[in-house]
Ligand binder design. Sequence first.
Ligand code: ZN
Ligand code: ZN
Length: 136
Amino acid sequence: MDWAGGCLCGAVRYRASAAPDYASYCHCGMCRKASGAPFSGFVQFPEGTVEWTKGRPDRYTSSDGAVRRFCATCGSALTFEADNVLFMTLGSLDAPEKVDFDCHTYTAFKLPQIHLTDGLPHHPGPAGGKGGRPID
Ligand SMILES: [Zn+2]
Ligand SMILES: [Zn+2]
């Protein structure tokens, strides 16, 4: 199946020619600020399978070597990229319900209101993802 996604207003779209092979939730404070949500979901696809199909996102360097791309029109968060790791945001996918998650990361910063009951592994810090280069 075709995996595709984009921002809220539709100005930026992307597609992946392969299924996701890694997905994690992040509970860190920076992702919370960037998304406005209590925690974030991030999805990785096999390297070289993601391409922008409409428009191009703007970018914000949120920390040393870490870039977050977003739609300059509607503000939707689209990627997190660091150390040659490219994550697409779960919420930007057209079919986020089809993603299987691997783990929770940065749970040391998890909000006390959030109770995790899905049985996935917890990492108090990063889990590293699986690699893959940013797309341009
Ligand atoms: Zn947009
Ligand atoms: Zn985070």
